[in-house]
Ligand binder design. Structure first.
Ligand code: DAH
Length: 356
């Protein structure tokens, strides 16, 4: 064999290896092919062993040819190995076997809108469709706005209906959103339709259904010939919309100094379905919408002539409504930093996952 023949033999081995490589689909098979070519007994291995057949003055050339051939073949084998390893990682049969779909998954911590905020937004959208303006008032109120403008003079026993946080500057933390009624009347005059969502504060002993900080949505409609039927129809629409079903309502007389007549609109307790539970104080009903026809004194204080105009007002218990909607039994979790109660986002319509 001369140098030319040797070069041809090497080229042959390289071409064969290249062709065989294409058919190799498994890493083991590739290793087999490698040893068939490069191993001591392999096609190139045997050729390398034959170096000594060449005369000493040619061995340098021979060695060079063989080494270059070996490097090229090794390159082909390595490239194919890399391909096979990548493929094995992508759909590794071992990984698939290690994945047990029956094990509980790892829950991803996800932020979501607070349930009270979610219901507030929902109510705002509804009223905006009905032509209402959304107003806000201050949480720190004057005594005048929180009481007097609402027909609750200083000597009025109704001042004791609400346990008030008095501030050292003589103002109060508003006990309800009703002061926004007065602000809205002054701002817009009649006719008007506004709602005013917001935080309210009371000096309460806290339990499962009482908080010192809670949310209401005040509503006020003033127009010609407004009567109780308008109010009750609106209450039905509002509660059915938020609860996503027909809601059973109960209407009772109620006393609030700023309305005459005053009513309490109750809804069927969603926590117990009406059977009675601690959230509804065993009555099966939840006071959700105190309301009434705006008292002439309140209209007058707002600069509106009660001979010309009439209106209704309501103070939706937003926090309570959120509890009803999402089945939240304990009001305290709403203001706590306890993230365990996981509220499924409203848009997913999911229930509360409640920690026991
Ligand atoms: N402000 C009252 C409260 O917080 C609720 C209320 C009752 C609001 C009757 C009204 C109303 O607008 O008409 O206890």
């Amino acid at each position: 064999m001369d140098l030319v023949q040797l070069a041809e033999r090497i080229a042959d081995i390289e071409a064969r290896a290249g062709a065989d490589l294409k058919a190799v689909a498994a890493i083991d098979a590739l290793r087999g092919l490698e040893s068939n070519v490069l191993g001591k007994q392999g096609s190139l291995g045997l050729l390398i062993a034959s170096v000594k057949q060449f005369p000493p003055d040619q061995r340098g050339q021979v060695g060079k040819l063989l080494n270059e051939g070996k490097t090229r073949i090794k390159g082909l084998l390595d490239a194919r190995m890399a391909e096979l390893q990548t493929a094995a990682h992508t759909d590794n049969a071992d990984d698939a076997a290690a994945f047990d779909p029956t094990l509980p998954g790892v829950a991803a911590a996800m932020g979501s809108v607070h349930p009270v905020t979610a219901v507030q937004w929902e109510v705002e959208r509804l009223f905006e469709r009905l032509g209402f303006t959304v107003e806000a008032g201050p949480e720190m109120e004057t005594e005048y706005h929180n009481f007097e403008a609402l027909n609750i003079p200083a000597t009025h026993p109704a001042r004791d209906m609400q346990d008030t946080f008095w501030l050292t500057n003589g103002m109060v933390l508003r006990t309800h959103t009703s002061p926004v009624q007065h602000r809205a009347m002054k701002k817009f005059g009649a006719p008007l339709r506004v709602i005013a969502p917001g935080r309210c504060f009371r000096y309460e002993t806290i339990d499962a259904s009482h908080e010192n900080t809670f949310h209401q949505i005040e509503g006020l409609v003033i127009d010609r010939d407004i009567g109780l039927p308008h109010l009750i129809a609106m209450a039905k629409t509002l509660l059915a919309e938020v609860m996503k079903r027909e809601v059973e309502l109960r209407v009772r007389p109620g006393y609030f100094p700023f309305v005459e007549p005053g009513i309490e609109i109750d809804m069927n307790c969603r926590i117990c379905g009406g059977a009675g539970c601690p959230t509804c104080k065993q009555s099966g009903w939840v006071e959700i919408l105190p309301a009434g026809m705006v008292h002439p004194n309140v209209l007058r204080a707002g600069g509106i002539d009660p001979e010309q105009w009439s209106g209704f007002a309501f103070g939706l218990g937003l926090t309570r409504l959120a509890m009803m909607k999402y089945g939240i039994r304990d009001i305290r979790v709403l203001n706590s930093g306890d993230l365990r109660p996981i509220v499924a986002p409203a848009r997913l319509g999911g229930p509360i996952v409640w920690p026991e």
